[in-house]
Design a protein around this ligand. Sequence first.
Ligand SMILES: [Zn+2]
Length: 227
Amino acid sequence: MAGDAPRLEVWLLDIAVPGPRGTENRAAVRAGARHALRAVCAACLGRPPDEVPLRHLCPSCGADDHGRPYLAGPDGLPHISLSHSGRRVAVALSDAPVGVDTERVRDDIDWSRMRALVLAPGEPEPGGREAWFNRWCLKEAVVKMTGDGLRLPMPLVRLEPGGPDGWLRARTPGASGWVRGLAAEDGWAAAVAVAAGAVPRTPRVHRRVAAAPGPFRNETTQQEVGR
Ligand SMILES: [Zn+2]
């Protein structure tokens, strides 16, 4: 994949969950997020939602009923990533391993106590609450891209400027890639990371799931998976 700019598509969706903001039932949110992920994959691959070969694998315990989502099947199916915070869901699809994160910008975190948990030695401190959430999203997107998740301490994620179009070089002890913030509005932060040598294409951010077949439709893989 090195040398080839990977395709990248991102969805930022609001799911319907009963109750006022901040009181969302966790199980309902998780179910809604999975439903949204399946709908996005269905639209992208051009196949019915119940034919999307969506699986999960927990990197910590190995269980297949939770953890990192992936599409099971022949090579050529996109890598996927899912994040949710409250009723906001972020989904990313790419040719390369991808990680996405979204967080609601909240008041209840004392970031001054989080420095050692987030920042690498010498890393400039974010200025203000939104900047802290943005930094958190950048780093969490990277550890989701690598598959480590939050088992990898965030100070081991190093972000270096210099990429075009807002992309930052991201390095961990075992991997590297690209990460950038997403234009998330109204109190939400979001970021996407892609494990690729070449700078990914500028992510297209979708705010709804279109019914038309999407950019990752592939007749060959569709046939093989649909057998
Ligand atoms: Zn687990």
